[in-house]
Design a protein around this ligand. Structure first.
Ligand SMILES: [Mn+2]
Length: 449
């Protein structure tokens, strides 16, 4: 931690007692030079050294770092009958600076890791992010990761009936479906393949054919979020750039008997599931049109249930936002760590922070006038009051809190909504301040005793 920053922004200005301020600065300096294992949190320039040591420590594991956060996530969803568990993988790319320990072989200019995350969000249509239920980082991509995180998430909430697992096309796998059914897991998965089905009508051999005869058909207008152009030709094809617009979706559902693909062993010959298709009957010319083929364990007996499956799938987008918060907000790919072990620890460390950023932004957008205190960890609002660029209102809203944090990161209000980078930077400063605050509180207690 840069002591000048500490002094200028926080200590000197806030703690009027000079003796206390001095002691605080010296404490902060000591912490900056040698953060103990229990005090590794701040990652500004001078503290980096200690953080490296912490993350590289072989006794430190990402699961252990994440465990208290997961426990709190479980508490946050305890009262809900149903919660969505969004699963997805993101690629982390690091500049190739020579072979790092535990990484796969060197290819080209970058080295890669894969982080597979399970994020809990409310199923009530708000998509409010509740926190992580599972997280794993790997040096090679393994298909088992989907099922492993599902099992971990279900174990963490203590059963398989509360979570509905939502996954994109990468998870379209017959073996995975059969594992989920065997474990009574609930899910909505987007299909990549128009799978073979068995039906009384011999003309029906594919899921889409079964759906074209569907009884329940609904219409719904949905707001499509804008999407930038992705790097890489494959990504461009899978997620083409898209403008923000309203789309009129047609939705159909059918019970299907999915047939096992040829040559698969050790899995049931057929699986009884529900298929749902959402598509734009009259797409806009020149715009990529929506076409989702979903497979689900959930009932589709009426229009409400059909729409619910589609809405739950649409909530999946939140995990993409989470990855942006992790990669851009927490600059995870910029961390200069030498080993796979250190990186997976760093991901475990930053993931709850990325969730916090996501929550901060979610509440400011969707619960604009709600109590701002709930957007931050306990006690943090008090710290924010002291370090904020402008005084906060007595009862700040979620939006006030977001803007105050973003302003710490250099965001100017006239530039519109703060991006992940400024938000991440602001939150980093707030956390630094909160740590100094905690030290100050300890010092004050000692002084009084
Ligand atoms: Mn994906």
């Amino acid at each position: 931690m840069d002591n000048k920053v500490v002094e200028g922004e926080f200590v000197g200005a806030r703690l009027r007692d000079e003796r206390l301020s001095k002691r605080l600065v010296s404490l902060a300096a000591r912490v900056a030079m040698d953060p103990s294992a229990s005090f590794p949190t701040s990652l500004t320039e001078a503290e980096l050294e200690g953080a490296y040591r912490f993350f590289s420590n072989k006794k430190v594991q990402p699961e252990a770092i994440l465990e208290p956060h997961v426990r709190q996530t479980v508490q946050r969803l305890a009262t809900a009958d149903v919660t969505l568990a969004l699963h997805d993988t993101t690629t982390l790319s690091f500049r190739n600076e020579g072979q790092r320990e535990g990484f796969g072989s060197l290819t080209g200019k970058s080295q890669q890791l894969w982080t597979h995350a399970t994020l809990a969000v409310k199923a009530d249509g708000t998509r409010c992010p509740l926190g992580l239920l599972a997280l794993s980082t790997e040096s090679e991509i393994r298909h088992e990761r989907w099922f492993e995180n599902i099992e971990r998430a279900n174990a963490n909430v203590g059963g398989s009936r509360q979570l509905v697992h939502v996954m994109d096309r990468e998870a379209d796998d017959y073996a995975l479906f059969s594992q989920l059914i065997a474990n009574e897991a609930r899910f909505v998965i987007r299909l990549q393949h128009d799978r073979g089905v068995e039906a009384d009508d011999s003309a029906v051999t594919r899921i889409t054919e079964a759906l074209s005869r569907a009884v329940h058909v609904a219409e719904r207008e949905v707001l499509l979020t804008p999407r930038g152009t992705n790097k890489g030709s494959k990504a461009k094809k899978v997620h083409p750039a898209r403008k923000k617009r309203l789309a009129n979706l047609s939705i159909a559902g059918a019970a299907v008997t999915v047939r096992c693909p040829a040559g698969r062993r050790g899995v049931p010959k057929t699986l009884e599931l529900h298929a749902v298709r959402a598509w734009e009957a009259s797409p806009l010319p020149g715009e990529p049109s929506v076409e989702w083929l979903l497979l689900t364990s959930e009932p589709i007996d009426d229009v409400d249930q059909l729409l619910r499956v589609v809405d739950w799938y649409r909530a999946r987008w939140t995990i993409e936002e989470f990855f942006k918060a992790l990669k851009t907000g927490c600059a995870i790919e910029k961390r200069q760590l030498e080993s796979f072990h250190a990186f997976s620890n760093a991901v475990g460390f930053f993931a709850p922070i990325a969730w916090q950023l996501l929550l901060l932004r979610h509440r400011a957008h969707h619960e604009t006038d709600a109590d701002g205190a709930a957007s931050l960890p306990d006690g943090m609002l008090e710290v924010l009051r002291h370090v904020a660029r402008k005084p906060l209102p007595e009862r700040p809203t979620a939006k006030d809190v977001l803007l105050a944090v973003a302003a710490l990161g250099g965001h100017l209000k006239r530039n519109g909504d703060p991006g992940w980078q400024t938000l991440g930077r602001g939150y980093d400063k707030l956390r630094d301040a909160a740590e100094v605050w905690a030290i100050a509180a300890r010092v004050m207690r000692n002084d009084q005793s």
